[in-house]
Design a protein around this ligand. Sequence first.
Ligand code: BES
Ligand code: MN
Ligand code: ZN
Length: 460
Amino acid sequence: MPTKPIELTATEAEGSRPVHLVEKGTLAEKGLPPEILAWAQDNGFSGRAGETLVYPDQSGRLGGVLFGIEGAEGFAPLATGALARSLPEGDWHFADAPDNPHLAALGLLMGAYRFDHYKKNGAKGLRFALPDGADLARVGRVADGVYLTRDLINTPTNDLGPAALEQAVRDLADAHGAEVNVVSGDQLLQQNFPMIHAVGRAGTEAPRLIDLTWGPADAPRVTLVGKGVCFDTGGLDIKPASGMLLMKKDMGGAANVLGLASMIMAAGLKLRLRVLIPAVENAIAGNAFRPGDVLQSRKGLTVEVGNTDAEGRLVLADALALADEEAPQLLIDMATLTGAARVALGPDVSPFYTDDEALAAKIMTASGSQADPLWRMPLWKPYDARLSSKVADLNNVTADGFAGSVTAALFLQRFVERTAAWVHFDIYGWNPADRAHALTGGEAQGIRALERLIAERFAG
Ligand code: BES
Ligand code: MN
Ligand code: ZN
């Protein structure tokens, strides 16, 4: 597991310094010594969210910190993340109980994350006492999952192609006693994963389907499927430079389901977990699949390739078809599937799709309670007809491009028949700007909410 640049401690260290949590305009009611109030006033401290003011003690040394916590919406409960980067070195604790101790503690760890694999930065020694009401083990395993997801997305493709992604899954499996089976290269044809092969065969590293299983065979089955396109050039319908620049993150769905799997296994939940990752590069070469090609699929449906840049749904379709063969109790897929999802909801909020009303309601509840923004969008059946093809059972794109995230979800739905509870997340997987709990870079989206939902349903 990745080491964390801030350490949460179960008890308050001797000489630990206080962080006062201050809502706007309530500083005077805190019973702080008058010299601190004067210092706050002279510095214009108002208590606006994220505002941080270091104050001295009587001898002019470091005394403590005032931290503004106005507001509870959006990512606000995780805003403590800013402290992880701004606090001077040493031992710290909250002088006031945070409204949500779990998220306050998690925010510290999420905000402390830096991707320093290629560029070292001198991490300072910060220790923070766990606030009352937070569970050290739970905060730790959620943060471990988030760190794993971020590390995988941030690692560029020259160090994280399909083979390295397979190795990452094997490492995770070894840490938790899970098993991994991999079908790669031409074996994909023999074992009937024609679309994973078609999309990935132009890559210099063999395309593969990575299959991890964990937990007792007779326990309820939860299957996670993640889009593992290690790089998406767009294929022959090549992306413009601006659209290709960030495409190392096109395995963000795989990175997210692996982060979630890590949380589930670390918690020892009572379930049989399966993680399926089609790992490929959508590359350009003489043997690349082409616009107009008609592909066979595992499910038996034929697919006309309208655009080779709509590759994620092709590799996911074969993986979902396999998942569906054993009709798991819960089937979740996550994918950086469409630019349209970002147009609709921006980078923060991930759309999800399911026909299971009860599941949708639970996801929205968990999204709110975990400050992990998600929003349901419709599997609008009338749009399904737009995926029709004159020469095949369906086309991988629609002619007009309307509702691109919805039609991509409808495409996937064609490959899930037997599983009652299926949910698809069209994630962005990336923070485009620094904020309190997350610096610019790869991001875990939806998996903190899903961890809560799954943990409540399959308590350990
Ligand atoms: N990986 C992309 C989607 C994507 C692009 C996600 C940018 C996040 C940011 C996907 O493979 C893709 O290229 N989708 C196309 C589909 C289109 C050809 C129907 C898209 O969204 O433009
Ligand atoms: Mn693409
Ligand atoms: Zn893609």
